[in-house]
Design a protein around this ligand. Structure first.
Ligand code: KIV
Ligand code: ZN
Length: 508
């Protein structure tokens, strides 16, 4: 093993999906998995196989879709979880089971209600059982940040002897400071003495996840667990883009350490995850936030014009963000379109290119300047689509400042055209009520966002909705159109389609 390489373990599809409201369907997970492959992550935690039939199915399909990337499933230290994980990753060329048990006094006493000896026994059995499915087994001491160090050594020694090849020491509750984790990893590095790779997994409850991960790397950790846009439980996980760009930008400190990440894929990955989950990074988020490369003050702009390095330590192009590049227009041909898509990292099949090109031409007829962000949104929203149980055919709305607004819709469902209309307290309400009437499924709107993709009055509207149908788990839907109401209707119908697909997966 190359001791200078930092293994990037991405857990966007597992811990990231645990972000409130970030649940994804199988098709969406596959799209993210393919993007993570382009990004060059080393290990992808594709889910928690025993959590649901949908999770199992997604891991199983991802394992078949990707080539060399290592596909991993999480499993509690219980046989049924490990069996599900082993079966879910079975088809991957490179596979791993990641099993864990809590090791801090508070977790062992109150959550597990187990003695430390029982925890060790369970952990050893879990690793041995996981080894019957795969060679590569990662073991995590959940809440390692609050685990007593001598006990941590005892359990780590036992699981390494049982065959664990990676030892993950998470700061599960995001409590520790960089100097404390540095000391912890240093001690464990000495103790493990090369018998397993040390991994870290830091949560961001105190806003320290990236700083903590970097301190752990300096102390000897060689795998970092992280997510795109820092998604994850509560305040999230360490952000992949921050760790990778810190190592790259500060080679004066980190050399000869390196990662295999293709940095130009960072921005496309961030956009795809934001678009699928509907969770936008905060505008001032490091590396991928909307303002990360914006220079507002006159003094800064003046400095930038004289020399970009006066106020910029990373250039936008390094992460694949070509600022407002004007791409194609109405007269662009299929060949130029295909070239542009592939330079943006989309490797689509011929039938998908045909579909995308049709959408592009339609958009170019209505919008003069088409930017890279428009193309990304178009591909994400129009091509990467799940089976459409319902599809909008026509829409008309009437808003008014007195009395009720109204909406009329025709929707295709199973080759049948259904038309209906409804009144509402505002156009959006009327729209959603009409769709509920047509489908017979009642949706409860939990969240609604509209963003302009790129710029100008004729910018595409990107709508993201979060809807709970018939009291089930909330799902996300996306809609893209020059017309905001049409984008809104598309988003709501997209959520409905996602809900129907998830129900099918659960009942499989
Ligand atoms: O935060 C945590 O401890 C985890 C483990 C399951 C690795 O997510
Ligand atoms: Zn976690």
């Amino acid at each position: 093993m190359d001791n200078n390489k930092i293994i990037i373990f991405d857990t966007t599809l597992r811990d990231g999906e645990q972000s409130p409201g970030a649940s994804m369907n199988t098709e969406e997970k596959i799209q993210i998995a393919l993007q993570l492959d382009r990004l060059g992550v080393d290990v992808m935690e594709a889910g928690f196989a025993a959590a649901s039939a949908g999770d199992f199915d997604a891991i199983n399909q991802i394992a078949k879709e990707v080539d060399y990337i290592r596909v991993c499933s999480l499993a509690r230290a219980v046989d049924k979880d490990i069996k599900a994980a082993g079966e879910a990753v079975a088809n991957a060329r490179n596979k791993r089971i990641h099993t864990f048990i809590a090791t801090s006094p508070i977790h062992m006493e109150y959550k597990l209600k187990m003695t430390p000896d029982e925890v060790i026994k369970r952990a050893v059995h879990a690793v041995e059982y996981a080894k019957s499915f795969v060679d590569d087994v990662e073991f995590s001491c959940e809440d390692a940040g609050r685990t007593e160090i001598n006990f941590m050594k005892e359990i780590v020694d036992a699981v390494i002897k049982a065959g664990a090849t990676t030892i993950n020491l998470p700061d599960t509750v995001g409590y520790r400071l960089p100097s404390e984790l540095y000391d912890m990893i240093k001690q464990m590095y000495k103790f493990i003495d090369g018998r397993a790779v040390i991994s870290v997994h830091n949560h961001n409850d105190l806003g320290l996840a990236t700083a903590n991960s970097l301190a752990c790397i300096q102390a000897g950790a060689r795998q970092v667990e992280c997510t795109i846009n820092g998604l994850g439980e509560r305040a999230g996980n360490a952000a992949l883009e921050e760790i990778v760009m810190a190592i790259k930008t500060r080679q004066d400190i980190f050399a000869p350490l390196y990662t295999n990440i293709v940095c130009k894929e960072i921005y496309p990955s961030s956009r795809l995850v934001a678009s699928i989950t509907g969770i936008e990074p905060q505008p001032n988020k490091a590396i991928v936030g909307k303002n990360a490369f914006a220079h507002e003050s006159g003094i800064h702009q003046d400095g930038m014009l004289k020399h970009a390095k006066t106020y910029e330590i990373i250039s936008a192009e390094d992460i694949g963000l070509e600022k407002n590049s004007l791409v194609l227009g109405k007269h662009s041909g299929r060949h130029a379109f295909k070239d542009r898509l592939s330079s943006l990292g989309y490797d689509l099949e011929a039938s998908e290119i045909d579909k995308a090109f049709e959408k592009f031409k339609d958009l170019a007829d209505r919008k003069k300047d088409i930017f890279d962000d428009d193309l990304r949104a178009l591909v994400a929203d129009e091509i990467i689509k799940i089976h459409k149980a319902y599809e909008i055919v026509t829409l008309s709305t009437n808003g008014c400042n007195k009395g009720h607004a109204s909406a009329s819709l025709t929707i295709r469902h199973n080759d049948e055209l259904i038309s209906d209309s409804a009144l509402g307290n505002g156009t959006v309400d009327a729209l959603f009520k009409t769709i509920d009437r047509i489908s017979g499924i009642h949706g409860n709107l939990k969240d609604y966002h509209v963003n302009a993709v790129s710029q100008g009055k004729d910018a595409l509207a990107k709508v993201v909705v979060k809807v709970q149908f018939d009291g089930d788990n909330a799902v996300i839907g996306h809609g893209l159109d020059l017309d905001t109401m049409l984008a809104t209707a598309k988003a709501y119908v997209g959520a409905l389609n996602s809900h129907i697909l998830m129900k099918k997966q659960i009942n499989k």
